[in-house]
Design a protein around this ligand. Sequence first.
Ligand SMILES: CC(C)(COP(=O)(O)OP(=O)(O)OC[C@H]1O[C@@H](n2cnc3c(N)ncnc32)[C@H](O)[C@@H]1OP(=O)(O)O)[C@@H](O)C(=O)NCCC(=O)NCCS
Length: 146
Amino acid sequence: MAVMEAAFDPAFGEAWNRGQVENALLLGNCYYHLITPDGQEAQAGDTVAGFALLRQVLDEAELLLFAIAPDWRRRGLGDILLQKTTSKAEDRGICTILLEMRRNNPAEFLYRKHSFRQIGVRPKYYRAIDGSRIDAITFERKLDAG
Ligand SMILES: CC(C)(COP(=O)(O)OP(=O)(O)OC[C@H]1O[C@@H](n2cnc3c(N)ncnc32)[C@H](O)[C@@H]1OP(=O)(O)O)[C@@H](O)C(=O)NCCC(=O)NCCS
């Protein structure tokens, strides 16, 4: 939750609160990965630099949230965490990872680097805190498991 609260720009209202995360994890089809500042899988008590939260339905997964805390950005941790997320997804039998992102989020460069391709646009789908509307861009990555 500390990474969640630090990582997402409040202007867009994208961060989830603790209750939302707990509810997702209680559903049983959501899972997450945590990464330490030195790029390892975080264990209990470790400092956490970033996380990925996914929901799996059959052989598809949706990347619900993905973040690296501001203090640890531009050091390759996003690359490491996304690589781990996709390889673990293959292990789980996932063939397709889907995600949705607001237009102009720099995360797009990361996703494109990792072979996600744009498959759709939902015009003016998100409402920013200031009331402005922002398109949602949908990306897909096919995995070797498929
Ligand atoms: C997107 C995010 C996860 C990137 O994490 P990071 O650890 O800084 O990423 P990395 O250092 O591993 O960078 C990997 C690649 O991502 C791209 N990238 C990352 N941040 C970027 C930025 N601000 N501008 C342009 N490209 C960027 C680059 O292609 C980079 O590869 P390169 O170093 O070879 O150029 C991080 O900025 C973040 O948490 N953002 C806020 C949360 C968010 O919007 N998440 C996505 C939607 S859920």
